[in-house]
Ligand binder design. Structure first.
Ligand code: SAH
Length: 381
């Protein structure tokens, strides 16, 4: 039996293609999208302007699947956090941060991450796979359902949850297309931001297929320092990265800016010399700078910069003419640091997995040595 097509993962061209494959006209796909995203209907029976045979085919071959919510937490300050079950004992996280009338959704694109940036807890959890476009969009649908309770919805999306979106290129682009599509969520391209640690060839490819906003996780003004914080820098050093970024923002036009993300880590990259070098480095890049105080997590080996250092760093950059935002800590009462909620869920589930793996291996050994079971042995450990 072939797998059901999850319709939440199809952008307009893909939806149109699905209908064409069934011998129908493309506009039928657009009709379906309006039902789903404008009318909020996923029951095919209600879609009376679609041919009945088509509705039956859809019923049998497609679905609207969302990730299962493993845990949901809401902070006193309105920040919401989800740990979502994406199958095979894997979990990803999404967060909504309300601020000044905006609701920014921080979305995951992969299960874990291969990049292993030294200050990021996602990297420490390893990599278990890519998310589908449907699962990326699913995070937005779940967030909007929750916000509807407050009469609100997601206004901005940043691909700054778990994973490197440009290493899951097709799914990330398809999902962002759906977010920016008038027939679906209709968010402005200024309000959907893909964040990357700097996968240079993918940034050039990005320019050919989309005009989504782009953020770069820079974190250091020199290759020497960035090599330590973002190991991907050893493959794509800063000058190559900024060249790709310049080309991308040039294509977007004069009104648009690159976002530079810079996590401030005490004594590592937060001193005056770093601010001076950063201002110099970015002098010919049309950008704004987002400063993120480091979010500590167990055994990270790093500390958050002092308030004084953060203030000095920001003030210097602003004096040099850079629009510089400081990201404030939100949702501290629900495990603020990125990736921590999933870390907790995984601790629990992986314990079960490890336990089951031990039982399985004990069973295999038991069979080999002709003993009833070694179950007793593992159940005591
Ligand atoms: N791989 C992509 C997207 C995920 S990380 C990227 O690198 O851009 C998104 C942002 O989270 C990064 O800019 C990084 O600075 C930030 N981040 C990760 N761990 C952090 C931590 N412990 N404290 C503060 N910011 C962190």
């Amino acid at each position: 039996m072939s797998e059901l097509v999850n319709l939440y993962g199809l952008d307009r061209p893909k939806m149109e293609a699905l209908f064409e494959q069934q011998g129908l006209q493309k506009y039928r796909g657009r009709q379906l999208m309006k039902w789903v995203y404008h009318q909020g209907r996923t029951d095919f029976a209600a879609m009376t302007d679609l041919p009945k045979s088509m509705r039956e085919w859809l019923q049998q071959n497609t679905c609207f699947d969302l990730p299962r919510v493993e845990t949901f937490k809401e902070s006193k300050d309105g920040t919401c956090k989800w740990a979502l079950d994406v199958g095979d004992n894997n979990f990803v996280e999404s967060v909504v941060i309300p601020d000044k009338g905006r609701n920014t959704l921080c979305i995951s694109s992969q299960i874990g991450c291969i990049l292993d940036c030294s200050f990021c807890s996602t990297g420490k959890q390893g990599f278990s796979g890519n998310l589908s476009a449907a699962t990326i969009v699913g995070q937005l649908i779940l967030a909007n359902r929750k916000l509807a309770d407050r009469g609100e919805k997601v206004t901005n999306i940043v691909f700054m949850g778990m994973g490197e979106p440009l290493l899951n290129f097709d799914a990330a682009i398809t999902a962002s297309n759906i977010m920016m599509e008038d027939l679906a969520f209709g968010l402005s391209k200024r309000r959907v931001t893909i964040s990357t640690a700097g996968v240079v060839p993918a940034i050039y490819k990005l320019a050919e297929v989309t005009d989504v906003s782009l953020a770069i996780s820079l974190h250091a003004p020199t290759d020497e320092l960035r090599d330590q914080l973002v190991p991907l820098n050893r493959k794509y050093p800063i000058n190559e990265l900024l060249a790709a970024c310049r080309e991308y923002v040039d294509k977007l036009g004069k009104q648009r800016k690159l976002v530079i993300e810079y996590t401030l880590i005490a004594g590592i990259n937060d001193q005056h010399e770093h601010a001076v070098a950063l201002a110099k480095l970015l002098h010919d890049v049309r950008c704004k700078i987002n400063l993120i105080p480091f979010n500590p997590f167990p055994a990270s080996g790093y500390e958050r910069s002092t308030k004084k250092d953060i203030w000095s760093f920001q003030t210097y950059l602003m004096k040099q003419g850079y629009a510089t935002m400081l990201r404030t800590t939100r949702g501290a009462d629900i495990d603020a640091a990125c990736g921590q909620l999933v870390g907790q869920v995984q601790d629990r589930t992986k314990r079960k997995t490890r336990y089951l793996a031990r039982v399985k291996s004990a069973d295999e050994q038991s069979a080999k040595i002709g003993q009833d079971s070694l179950y007793e042995m593992v159940s005591n450990t």
